[in-house]
Design a protein around this ligand. Sequence first.
Ligand SMILES: Cc1cc2nc3c(=O)[nH]c(=O)nc-3n(C[C@H](O)[C@H](O)[C@H](O)COP(=O)(O)OP(=O)(O)OC[C@H]3O[C@@H](n4cnc5c(N)ncnc54)[C@H](O)[C@@H]3O)c2cc1C
Length: 467
Amino acid sequence: MNGLVWLRSDIRIDDNPALSFADSECDSIICIYLHAKKEWSDHNNANVKLEFILQNIVDLSKNLDKFNIQLCSTELDSFEVIPEFIIKLCKENNINKCYWNNEFGVDENIRDKNVIKALNEHKIEFQNFDDQVVFQPGTILTGQGKPFSVFTPFKKKWIESFSMDHFDIENKLTKKTIQSDLSFGDISFTRSHQVNMELWPAGEEAALQRLSSFLEEKVSNYSKDRNHPIIDGTSRLSPYLAIGAISSRRCLLEALKLNKFELSTGNKGITKWIDELIWREFYKNIMHSFPRVSMNQPFNLATKKIPWRFKHNEFEAWKLGKTGFPLIDAAMYQLINEGWMHNRLRMVVAMFFTKNLLHDWRLGEAYFMNNLIDGDFASNNGGWQWSASTGTDAAPYFRIFNPVTQSQNFDPEGKFIKQHLSQLKPLSTKDIHLPPSEKLFDIDYPNPIVDLKTSRLRAIEVFKNNK
Ligand SMILES: Cc1cc2nc3c(=O)[nH]c(=O)nc-3n(C[C@H](O)[C@H](O)[C@H](O)COP(=O)(O)OP(=O)(O)OC[C@H]3O[C@@H](n4cnc5c(N)ncnc54)[C@H](O)[C@@H]3O)c2cc1C
């Protein structure tokens, strides 16, 4: 039998159910990765994320070659033309069955329905699998059969429902017979970012290596270190999870092995880290069960009419790291230089954007997606809506992070700030969090673009009036 494995957010061999199932059924396999230009841009995906995907495809292709499995990638105009492309590919290569792992986005669902329709019309078999989560979105439900909209009860139900049966993880392939050589137009790529890609070595080996060194060296201090951006205390696995160079089940399984298979007891660092993997799954459930969040709507519809402001110069200052608040600016430089931002800082800059600047969270959400190597719609949308107090578990609107206090608490000596804003190195530990203007006399650094006190009160007033 000849199989076609359509790779999407699963650029790996380890724990790839579609690929391993195809391996068990087929004598020959072709893998395909399709880049749809329209949706890539409509979904605001980042140039740096595309470069990372391309590098991971090269790596996977070499690994698949060892099993005589050819991985071809090409670009198409849009999702719309995928059914026709797949049918043609199947006909020309005598493919009997197609395999893929599910994605949960609204547009992706429509795309897959259209592909299924075309496969049915041409009597080509297909089988799809779940690889992104432990529980398929929409299966962890309240006692009344409704989706959860708050994390803690979701997590409780998730833990109650968990069993090790969810971990039939495969990572072995068998040698296949060679198919005729396929070739398509390449995915075009022009670099328009300035991220140092050495920070993100490509490939599943690199991802698995990152997981094991995090678990060996850092996870036990995770609950203590995770909020301090100068400490490299988190896994930095998000780019690999976002494109599927590693699976979250692999991450969970290795963490559980280290914690004697305890999910919520045992080592505090490990259980805290497992919580974060469950957060990731929670937001995928929100995206699945509340499609409005994918359609530019707030989760909490009562916040639909918030009169957001827009000031071009403030938006630009925020994007370019020129707000005059060192922690915010250093964080935005981290995003520009690394394509990634520490979680604490994502919350601080998003809250500053939506509360102190009172700018629409959708603008910040899109800017993040446009620049993040780990851009993931569900987590990004969830994080932005949380910060804007429009989402699930939303921060109450009157509890607004003060970026100066956050800086004093989480970067007390200003080491992170100085790492990204070297012109501030001469400032003392006291001044670094909000440089007095007289100390900026010969330093190229702006004065604050807003007054924290009045802008905070303005946001509270706007939210209060919306009630
Ligand atoms: C405004 C905002 C935007 C965000 N945008 C994204 C995004 O586009 N892509 C993304 O992967 N994460 C996003 N996050 C969540 C989080 O900031 C990142 O997942 C985390 O910083 C990645 O670093 P890490 O891999 O070292 O995480 P670790 O602390 O090592 O956590 C392990 C994994 O758990 C998941 N995770 C951790 N924290 C969260 C969280 N709060 N919500 C959901 N999943 C989580 C990630 O997959 C992460 O790789 C966002 C958070 C906020 C507040």
